[in-house]
Design a protein around this ligand. Structure first.
Ligand code: UD1
Length: 343
């Protein structure tokens, strides 16, 4: 059987990796890159580092307003799917690439599976929430990473096509962690930090507030600046390198894992990083009003800190406490997905 995975952004390259490794014995697996992320440090470098074959097609869709970007990906994906004639398609996560690829695929009558289905923030103001809900309702097979995600799908009447399969990101993280752990790392005086969500970057006052508060941190903030953050800061004339903040380029996956392990904690508005911080045993402050990864909050390792109030307290002293390894299950998740998909 021919399976085509459609990805386009950094977190999707991380999610497709275990599917690509595992499919070698089970089916023909081809990757289409929509090109939503085009900076090498957000795209090409990941393919090499994660040991996955280069995409068979690059759609070079790039940036744009939501309608423009989604439409470009939709029409270019349709063209390529007509050429490749896959038996199955896999889409990943919640980006504009996900919803566009799903629309193209299901309308061509191709059986389509959604990896990381059922996540909800219940905030319709987030573009990702619209993408998730749309993708889940359109896809044929829904692969939920956690029980909470599965329950969301059941609540929306999607139980019949939904399966609890575990989390492919945990599989990738474990692969990388094994490479890193040979180095024997310890936490030092810095906080691994990323900001890229529209709700934090796209409003001048909000972005100024976030940066001003990070700058006052008593522990150095190592800010790995996403291109969206850099371009918005420039547009609003906000200096990122101020006070405690030290700015770095976006890190490769191996570097990210290494840096988290060498930090006392993480501050982020990313989804995946909240989970990675937890699994790597580092406390996290999330600059958002809600999260799709509620288990990280329930476990006591993650706090929603929209106004960065907690940055000055003892939050970071948790390093070294044990975590519950079974909260995120990454064992054979990619195999379970492929088994269900290839039926
Ligand atoms: C996208 C996803 C988000 C995901 C994130 C991971 C959507 C709606 N959002 O957000 O869910 O968490 O990827 O990083 O799909 N840019 C560059 N070079 C690049 C990519 C982006 O300069 O390679 C800049 C451009 O100014 C662009 C802006 O970043 O306009 C936003 O990029 P876009 O891909 O639209 O969204 P992300 O913020 O990356």
């Amino acid at each position: 059987m021919r399976v085509v995975s459609i990805v386009g952004t950094r977190p999707q390259f991380i999610k497709v990796a275990p599917i690509s490794w595992r499919s070698r014995d089970l089916c023909e697996h081809l990757i289409i890159n929509t090109g939503q992320h085009y900076n090498p440090e957000l795209s090409d470098d990941f393919f090499k580092e994660l040991n996955i074959p280069s995409p068979v097609e690059n759609l070079y869709s790039g940036s744009g307003n939501h309608g423009e970007q989604t439409a470009k990906i939709l029409s270019r994906t349709e063209e390529v799917l007509l050429k490749l004639t896959p038996d199955r398609v896999l889409v990943y996560g919640d980006t504009n690439s996900t919803i566009a690829a799903t629309l193209a695929s299901v309308k061509l009558g191709i059986k389509t599976g959604h990896v990381e289905a059922g996540l909800r923030s219940f905030n319709r103001g987030m573009p990702e929430e619209i993408n998730r809900v749309g993708t889940d309702h359109l896809s044929d097979l829904l692969f939920a990473p956690t029980k909470a995600a599965l329950q969301n799908l059941v609540d929306e009447g999607l139980a019949e096509k939904s399966y609890l399969v575990g989390d492919v990101m945990v599989e990738t993280l474990n692969y990388m962690r094994n490479k890193v752990l040979t180095k024997n790392l310890t936490a030092s005086e810095k906080i691994f930090t990323t900001i890229h969500r529209a709700e934090n970057t796209d409003n001048k006052e909000r972005l100024r507030f976030v940066i001003n508060n990070l700058a006052k941190s008593p522990i150095p903030i190592h800010l790995y600046a996403h291109p969206r953050l850099v371009s918005k800061a420039k547009e609003f004339s906000i200096e990122l390198s101020q006070g405690s903040i030290k700015v770095f380029k976006p890190a490769s996956y191996l570097k990210t894992v290494t840096e988290i392990l060498e930090s006392k904690g993480v501050i982020t508005d990313s989804g995946g990083l909240q989970k990675e911080a937890y699994i790597l045993g580092r406390p996290c402050l999330t600059i958002r009003s809600e999260t799709e990864w509620s288990a990280t909050i329930e476990s006591g390792w993650n706090e929603l800190d929209l106004n960065l109030n907690r940055i000055r307290d003892q939050w970071w002293s948790k390093v070294g406490e044990p975590i519950n390894e079974s909260v995120f299950d990454g064992v054979n998740s990619s195999f379970r997905i492929l088994e269900l998909l290839l039926k």
